[in-house]
Design a protein around this ligand. Sequence first.
Ligand SMILES: C[C@H](O)[C@H](O)[C@H]1CNC2=NC(N)=NC(=O)C2=N1
Length: 82
Amino acid sequence: MTDWKQEGEVLRRSISAPDFPTAIRIVDAIAVKAEELNHHPDIDIRWRTLHLALTTHDAGRLTELDHTLAAIIDDIAREHGA
Ligand SMILES: C[C@H](O)[C@H](O)[C@H]1CNC2=NC(N)=NC(=O)C2=N1
């Protein structure tokens, strides 16, 4: 776990991308992996800063899926220089 903060049953982190197109490319890359996993983050896009939140809505709490997706998101951020 890197920049993630747990607030109750939610993991949160922000990603600062170099520019807006890169922020959107990060979102796109996350979307592909999230769909594969059938586990999706909440994403708030604010210019080149992405605010992400992870929780397992069906369970009403954090599950292993959230931690798995968090690590995937960290990799994607690093790959995009964020
Ligand atoms: C049927 C259910 O909506 C699906 O299994 C998936 C879709 N993506 C999901 N994403 C997240 N974060 N939590 C879920 O419970 C969830 N459920």
